[in-house]
Design a protein around this ligand. Structure first.
Ligand code: ADP
Length: 291
């Protein structure tokens, strides 16, 4: 899957990209992240990009394009990619077209995340990211909690920091630049038949579900990772209950049996590959034996 996520600053491109990375297993390529890493490392590219970034303007196309060319050439991008924050103007979109034509890897879809401008400002003011693992949170809408409360890199609670360009003056300029330079890409991709528009307001999970629907990606609906392990006794109990429910359903159709049994099993490899859960298979064996 090769996709572009389009949207204003604060529309949730980063958050939804991270969910795609976790659940579909293709890399997120964020020009903002690559540029911030270059600034942090103090490379020549970072030095040249810093001033534009600090004032909310776009970094020069030649710098960004060089960076993208290099990143798309890396082996993990052959399986697909999510472009987040690129392209950001028509010149970049044309350059991306040419680059992907040479690589024989055309885009599959461009999804625009639509959010009201007042909501964008509210979201940006609450945005924080972990200084160690880079995960993005929002103090107002999605603070660290549950399984995400601890940083996977350090094993202690996330060290939350605010991006230096998330201050009021720079945000106003970034939103203006988006309207002027990036918004025209909506028509550009619509004309190519690639554009999907989704409502990106409301619950983060609901937005992910809409994104999954737009991309026809059922794998995006549930996390790839297994949920926390149940104790063996509890898991056995659940399987028994599931089997009992399955037996209770008289002559169940395959789909109905799967519906009853599936939520009671952890989303393991079988579930991910669309195979019938164990309880359903044994129910079928029993059904076969009765014939
Ligand atoms: P946001 O989408 O919230 O504005 P990003 O992390 O995507 O944040 O980008 C941060 C800054 O990095 C931008 O304001 C801009 O200065 C620079 N930048 C990121 N991507 C590009 C790009 N494709 N072209 C030019 N500048 C970019």
């Amino acid at each position: 899957m090769r996709i572009v996520l389009l949207g204003a600053p604060g529309s949730g491109k980063g958050t939804q990209s991270q969910r795609l990375v976790e659940r579909v297993g293709i890399p997120q390529i964020s020009t903002g992240d690559l540029l911030r890493a270059a600034v942090a490392k103090g490379t020549e590219l970072g030095r040249q990009a810093k001033e534009a970034m600090d004032s909310g303007r776009l970094v020069e196309d030649s710098l960004v394009l060089g960076m993208i060319r290099e990143r798309l050439g890396e082996p993990d991008a052959r399986r697909g990619f999510i472009l987040d924050g690129f392209p950001r103007n028509l010149a970049q979109a044309h350059a991306l077209d040419r680059l992907l034509a040479t690589l024989k890897q055309p885009l599959d879809a461009v999804v625009q995340l639509e959010v009201d401008s007042r909501e964008l400002v509210r979201r940006i003011s609450g945005r924080r990211s972990c200084a160690d693992c880079g995960r993005v949170f929002n103090l107002l809408t999605s603070p660290p909690s549950g399984a995400n409360a601890v940083c996977p890199k350090t094993g202690v609670p996330h060290r939350l920091v605010q991006r230096p360009d998330d201050n009021e003056a720079t945000v106003t300029e970034r939103l203006r630049v988006y309207d002027e330079k990036t918004h025209p890409l909506i028509d550009f991709y619509r004309a190519r038949g690639l554009l999907q528009v989704i409502d990106a307001e409301g619950d983060v999970d609901d937005v992910t579900a809409r994104l999954a629907q737009a991309l026809h990606a059922p794998a995006l609906r549930s996390p790839r990772r297994r949920p926390a392990r149940k104790s063996a006794a509890r898991a056995k109990g659940s399987r028994r209950k599931a089997a009992k429910k399955t037996r209770a359903a008289r002559k169940p159709s395959r789909r109905a049996a799967a519906k009853v049994a599936r939520p009671r099993r952890p989303a393991g490899a079988a579930a991910r590959h669309g195979k019938a859960p164990r309880a359903t298979r044994s129910a079928r064996r029993r059904k076969g034996a009765r014939r």
